[in-house]
Design a binder for this molecule. Structure first.
Ligand SMILES: Cc1cc2nc3c(=O)[nH]c(=O)nc-3n(C[C@H](O)[C@H](O)[C@H](O)COP(=O)(O)OP(=O)(O)OC[C@H]3O[C@@H](n4cnc5c(N)ncnc54)[C@H](O)[C@@H]3O)c2cc1C
Length: 449
């Protein structure tokens, strides 16, 4: 028999075979949106499968003053990388990575959508974002307040606002300039995709949510027709399979499948955001608060992130290394996703010379900022240092971009019965982090299929 979920509303499944109209793999940021919207039609039988535990993350897990991705974190998994000492974490929970992420929920810039396929006009994009981040939006989005900025955030905004444009707090579209972070939250708790979308739909008889259930492979006939999925416990036959397992989880399933269209590929290429850390020692401990309260977006495609504190404060098991300002190249840096037992391994190689030069130039500007009078009294003199090697942002996206591998609604070209709706299908990068945009994409697609 199956392990029973501890959440009363998550249904268990009998061993054997289930049938459904649609099976969604992964109850993450996108998967929760899809499950809610697709099960609104009472005649459509929807099964949602999640490898993470059936219990819902409690307040201690959703505290925005922590990043719960340490070694013993209950709702995260780690993927190996070729960067010394660095792993890629992902949420493994009902709610996916929205359970463990930084809670920064910024839209991309309007011009980031210029090359998206037909059907993705700005009006439709704005409507889908507004469902999430509007004043009564589903994700409870609100800006970090002046009181919550902390001394470093206040100094950061003071320094840049005399040099760059500042986005007014009530405006949702970001600008080239200072962007106070918008958080998906209630108070200091993350508001997850599961609370916003899944919870209200759980009692629908045509939606079955099965947690503690890892999908092992796609069931494929003739190399092109996807008929269902096999899990560690049972199989599901479905008219349509929707992969929403996140860029890394979906890549793992695609690489292990017999899909002709992939031609036996040994790896998939994704985009990442490489970042160079400038760190410093603080004169006094920082006030606890949101990990990332404010950022600067530059014309040359950098996001300069003013973290509140040392990551050692947020992530269990991380050794102290100083308070961070990260200079992140938001243009796509390639990373290969290679099958690695049950997960994928991320192989970065060197960032491009252009990305390296632009991060180095940004780091010089940050060093100048940290030595300015605005930071006097916050930074211990002589403590500023720039990392030798860039890290990355836990954002891998775009293995199966819309318009190239999939159509504008995520249906995979050259296959039947297979759609992808998660970070994998982002066709371009953006100026901001991906969370709001992946959920926006799911809202838009789920309303049209
Ligand atoms: C630590 C961290 C911090 C971040 N901070 C931010 C931030 O502050 N702002 C921002 O914009 N972005 C941030 N991100 C990125 C953002 O959270 C993700 O890009 C986004 O949540 C991805 O959504 P998704 O639906 O594609 O995948 P996910 O939300 O990761 O969902 C995938 C789900 O599928 C499940 N799954 C995977 N494989 C299987 C399988 N085989 N069978 C069954 N289930 C499976 C997983 O357990 C997971 O629940 C962060 C990411 C991390 C990891």
């Amino acid at each position: 028999m199956t392990r029973r979920s501890r959440h009363p509303a998550l249904k268990s499944a009998d061993n054997g075979r289930l049938t459904a109209d649609v099976v969604i793999v992964g109850a993450g940021s996108a998967g929760c949106v899809l499950a809610e919207k697709l099960s609104r039609e009472s005649g459509r039988d929807v099964v949602l499968l999640e490898r993470g535990p059936g219990r819902w993350p409690g307040p201690e897990d959703r505290d925005l003053r922590r990043l719960p991705i340490g070694d013993r974190a209950p709702y995260a998994v780690r993927h190996a990388t070729d960067l010394d000492g660095l792993t890629a974490a992902r949420g493994c929970a009902v709610g996916g990575s929205s359970v463990v992420n930084g809670g920064y929920f910024l839209r991309w810039h309007q011009d980031d959508f210029a090359d998206w396929p037909e059907g993705w006009g700005l009006e439709a994009i704005d409507a889908a974002y507004s469902e999430l981040d509007g004043s009564d939006g589903t994700m409870g989005v609100s800006p970090v307040s002046d009181d919550e900025l902390g001394d470093a955030g206040t100094a950061f905004e003071r320094y840049w606002s005399s040099r760059e444009v500042t986005r007014p707090l009530g405006v949702r579209w970001p600008v080239i300039g200072v962007n106070r972070v918008l958080g998906n939250r209630s108070g200091m708790l993350r508001r997850t995709a599961a609370e916003a979308y899944l919870e209200p739909a759980l009692r629908r008889p045509n939606l079955r949510v099965v947690a503690d259930c890892e999908v092992r492979r796609l069931e494929v006939s003739d190399g092109r027709r996807v008929t269902g999925v096999a899990t560690d416990r049972f199989a599901v036959s479905a008219g349509e399979v929707i992969l929403a397992a996140g860029t890394l989880g979906t890549a793992r399933l695609l690489l292990g499948s017999d899909l002709e269209v992939l031609g036996g590929a040994g790896f998939l290429e994704a985009g990442e955001h490489r970042g160079l850390v400038v760190s410093y020692r603080r004169t006094d401990p920082a006030e606890p608060g949101m990990v990332l309260p404010t950022v600067l977006h530059t014309v040359d495609g950098l996001e300069i992130r003013c973290y509140r504190d040392d990551f050692a404060v947020y992530i269990e098991g991380v050794p102290p290394s100083g308070t961070m300002v990260e200079v992140t190249a938001m243009r796509r840096s390639p990373v290969k996703l290679v099958a690695d037992r049950g997960r994928v391994r991320l192989e970065f190689g060197e960032p491009s010379p252009e990305a390296t030069a632009s991060m180095r130039a940004g780091a010089d500007r940050v060093v100048e900022m940290l030595r300015s009078p605005d930071f006097a009294g916050i930074v211990v003199p002589g403590s500023v240092s720039v990392a030798a090697v860039p890290g990355f942002s836990q954002h891998a996206w775009g293995t199966m971009p819309m318009g190239v591998w999939t159509d504008a609604l995520g249906a995979v070209y050259g296959t039947e019965g297979l759609r992808i709706v998660d970070g994998s299908i982002l066709p371009t990068g953006g100026h901001s982090g991906p969370h709001a945009t992946i959920m926006m994409m799911a809202v838009h697609i789920a309303s049209r299929i």
